[in-house]
Design a binder for this molecule. Structure first.
Ligand code: ACO
Ligand code: KIV
Length: 554
């Protein structure tokens, strides 16, 4: 039986912030990024990463440009402790990168955490404790004063223990866990109490990280909560305001973006949204959303396929084919009108101008993705997609009416099979239908003589197994060749349309001609010819067109 949601679930109460400012803000620069792939991402894996895997992932994150990387929970596992030691002892951390580690507000755990960081040049020590109503009641059986005291006591321990190691530049980060469901006034009270102990200054800031540990509300409500904290926290100029959105409602990216508009300086998340349950906010999407707005995100995802492969190997979790920017299918159009617009967009795109290809929010080449997969053809596709693939694969630039004619052939095949038709199949269909039509006339050779407006065409061909020679006169080579063929067929041949272009490059260049013809009162049809010599290509096109008409009439 379906439960009555009104009786089962409590509606989230938004906070009152009628003079909210964030809706008018525009993001002009990237936030400070913090990758928690190796901590929040790792703690959510079926099989957590080994030290070796974490080392590989860490180096890749550094290459992507992350300057803050949470590498684990060293008081919780030997793997994480050993990783931190290796990073420090093997001098793997670049000077401009700071590692971060997480701990609960428990003395023994903080001691072990500080021990793991011995010798680090700079480190972010990140302490959390839950302060939300449900946790106070259900998990800790305490009140507001109880959880506030845990935060204060934990901070005192962190302060005392880190002061014993002045060789390290310590940055303190505090997270009031499940901030998203905590009364904002109480979250401020706890944070203010923590900063009163730590005593940050504008020169030595501390980080308050306000997690949507569980995403509880629409992103605008989270933005209100962040703006409220941004406006009300004590010593704001000594605080880096950080957000850590999870994706339980599927809106973590929006929540993070609105939170930055609301005053957040920093965003914590994971590549491709890995992390507890539905994951942390996806940093790839966030960064590339900025990129597509013309803002350099300060993270380099130009090798997106390699990065996706790394994440999949290390997490053992697949990235969805429709994942923004990175999924296998996200730059692929199957449907006809999309393909048509993309094809037109590519042909009109100014290489030096602003990106304007319809349906492609960014240039796939910026992520080192090829254009090959941009268009794929199935029964939902139209002429634009078919001709785009033929052009990409073999260089043929079909005139518009031939695009319409040929796409019907492809459509029949894809409808019959119910499957995708790839570019090799399309080329093979085109070849059979237009270039290999050697019957009843099989072209052998041709010669053109005479002058402009008085041209003679001589065509040697095989017709029904017999060698024949045809001659005709006209006001140009094609007209003369059409007259020669017309004499033999006994019907007028009218050339309705003609196009030509070069194919290939250098010494391999060939000419392709497209002629649209009618025999007598027939419907027009195309013939295509290809040859090193442009006139010969045109005569071949004419013969191929005549053959197709005769075959169709038979
Ligand atoms: C939202 C987040 O992602 S937070 C990060 C979560 N990540 C992890 O938990 C991964 C690593 N954690 C671990 O390996 C273990 O939890 C450890 C090693 C840290 C601690 O293990 P244990 O000592 O067995 O404790 P356990 O995990 O059951 O934690 C519950 C205890 O810690 C207390 N506790 C939980 N969180 C905190 C905190 N942040 N600060 C202080 N105490 C805390 C609870 O009150 C409870 O105490 P009780 O035993 O007196 O009831
Ligand atoms: C430790 C905190 C920041 C956390 O992971 C969360 O609340 O989701």
């Amino acid at each position: 039986m379906i439960a009555n949601p009104a009786q089962k679930y409590r509606r989230f109460e938004p906070i009152q912030l009628p003079d909210r400012q964030w809706p008018n803000q525009v993001i002009e620069k990237p936030p400070i990024w913090m990758s928690t792939d190796l901590r929040d991402g790792n703690q959510a894996l079926i099989d957590p990463m080994s030290v070796e895997t974490k080392m590989r992932y860490f180096k890749a994150l550094v290459e992507m440009g992350f300057k803050e990387i949470e590498v684990g929970f060293p008081s919780a596992s030997e793997t994480d402790f050993n990783l931190v030691r290796r990073l420090i002892e093997e001098n793997v951390i670049p000077d401009d990168v700071t590692i971060e580690v997480l701990t609960q507000a428990r003395q023994d755990l903080i001691e072990r955490t500080v021990e793991s960081l011995k010798g680090a040049r700079r480190a972010i020590l990140h302490m959390y404790n839950p302060i939300a109503p449900a946790f106070r009641k259900i998990v800790y059986n305490t009140d507001k004063a109880g959880v506030k005291e845990i935060a204060e006591q934990g901070t005192r321990w962190v302060k005392a223990l880190t002061e014993q190691h002045p060789e390290t530049e310590w940055v303190y980060q505090y997270s009031p866990e499940v901030f998203s469901s905590t009364e904002v006034e109480f979250a401020k009270e706890v944070c203010d109490a923590v900063s009163a102990i730590w005593q940050p200054t504008p020169q030595r800031k501390m980080i308050f990280n306000l997690p949507a540990t569980v995403e509880m509300s629409t992103p605008n409500t989270y933005a209100d909560q962040i703006e409220w904290m941004h406006r009300n926290l004590n010593n704001r100029d000594s605080i880096i305001l950080s957000v850590h959105p999870h994706n339980d409602r599927g809106t973590a990216v929006a929540a993070a973006e609105l939170a930055v508009m609301a005053g957040a300086d920093r965003v914590e998340g994971c590549l491709f949204g890995n992390g507890e349950r539905t994951g942390n906010v996806d940093l790839v999407t966030l960064a590339l959303n900025l990129y597509s707005q013309g803002i350099n995100p300060g993270l380099d995802f130009s090798q997106i396929d390699q990065i996706r492969q790394l994440a999949e190997e290390c997490t053992q979790l697949p990235v969805h084919p429709r994942h923004p920017y990175a999924g296998e299918l996200v730059f692929t159009a199957f449907s006809g009108s999309h393909q048509d617009a993309i094809k037109k967009g590519f042909s009109k795109q100014d290489p030096e101008g602003l990106w304007e290809v319809p349906y492609l929010p960014i240039d796939p080449a910026d992520l080192n993705r090829s254009y090959d997969a941009v268009v794929r053809v199935n029964s939902q596709s139209g002429k634009g997609g078919v001709s785009f693939l033929l052009q990409q694969r073999a260089g043929f630039e079909l005139p518009r009416r031939l695009q319409i004619e040929f796409s019907k052939t492809v459509q029949k095949v894809s409808d019959a099979s119910g499957k995708e038709v790839n570019s090799a199949d399309i080329f093979s269909l085109f070849d059979q239908e237009y270039l290999q039509v050697n019957s009843p006339y099989q072209f052998h050779s041709s010669k053109i003589s005479g002058e402009e407006h008085a041209v003679e065409a001589h065509i040697n061909s095989i017709f029904e197994g017999q060698q024949i020679s045809l001659s005709g006169q006209g006001n140009g080579p094609i007209d003369a060749a059409a007259k020669a063929l017309a004499q033999h067929t006994g019907q007028t041949i009218t050339v309705v349309d003609y196009h030509e272009h070069g194919l290939g490059a250098g010494s391999d260049v060939a000419a392709v001609c497209y002629v649209e013809i009618k025999i007598g009162e027939s419907q027009p049809i195309f013939g295509v010819g290809q040859d090193e010599n442009i006139t010969t290509a045109a005569i071949k096109a004419l013969i191929n067109g005549v053959n197709r008409l005769i075959l169709q009439a038979a």
